[in-house]
Design a protein around this ligand. Structure first.
Ligand SMILES: [Zn+2]
Length: 240
């Protein structure tokens, strides 16, 4: 079960004497929420404003206080209460409608604000023990540092923006230019997956980052295709 106590501090910001809670304490760091659907939906919905504005505003009769809240949200969840929905070998034993009810605790607008949805599928013993050459953490770090440098350079004239994720909507079109093929792919994905305008911006920003990590000046179709893959929870039919 998740630790509700630490998260309830965030609510204190809104209901008790104003004081920084977990979200402000995670400023410039990571806020990790394990078992996301176990939190009350109303609690999760409160996070939307700080996720968008990177600050928490607390208004009282005489005073309004802004706490900084520029954090990276990392959350984990099971696909269903029993944990075996979509499992390649084991059967999900959840009753009718249970999976949908479980997933509906996470609202569309909250999912829209999460850049990457990654489904972690079980790895077989053979795959785990296969002698494959993989990229080392040191090599990945090097790519990430280079991509961040490129982004610092890109936003050097903007005071409050230093990476792709911080780009406001009105800047996305100018910075995340895509070609005709990319536009056609994105159009099909938007229509098929029923994506929102917010998800559209996310895909473009994430594809810009994937291109940066690949050392590419332009956003190629393959970068866009990878970014579209990270919207798996938006897809109609994921839970039937
Ligand atoms: Zn299940």
């Amino acid at each position: 079960m998740p630790d509700y106590c630490c998260f309830s501090n965030f609510i204190l910001e809104l209901t008790g004497n104003p004081q920084p809670g977990e979200i402000s304490l995670a400023h410039n760091g990571v806020l990790f929420l394990d078992e996301l659907p176990e939190f009350k939906r109303t609690v999760l919905e409160v996070m939307r404003q700080p996720m968008e504005e990177r600050k928490v505003t607390i208004s009282r009769a005489k005073i309004s206080i802004d706490y900084p809240a520029n954090f990276m949200l990392v959350a984990s969840m099971n696909p269903c209460p029993c944990g075996y929905y979509n499992h390649p070998e084991k059967e999900c034993v959840c009753g009718p409608g249970v999976v949908q009810r479980y997933l509906s605790k996470i609202s569309g607008p909250l999912l829209d604000r999460i850049d990457l949805h990654v489904e972690v599928v079980p790895v077989s013993f053979d795959e785990m023990t296969a002698n494959r050459k993989t990229e080392s953490s040191a090599e990945i770090r090097e790519r990430v540092v280079k991509a961040r440098e490129k982004q610092s350079e890109r936003f050097k004239t903007r005071d409050t923006i230093y990476c792709n994720a911080m780009m406001p909507s009105n800047m996305v079109k100018e910075i995340c230019e895509i070609n005709e093929n990319g536009r056609a792919l994105l159009k099909t994905a938007m229509e098929r997956l029923g994506l929102s305008a917010r998800a559209y911006d996310r895909i473009l920003k994430v594809s810009r980052t994937i291109a940066d990590l690949a050392g590419s000046e332009e956003i190629k179709t393959e970068h866009l295709a990878e970014a579209i893959q990270y919207r798996s929870l938006d897809r109609d039919g994921w839970a039937g």
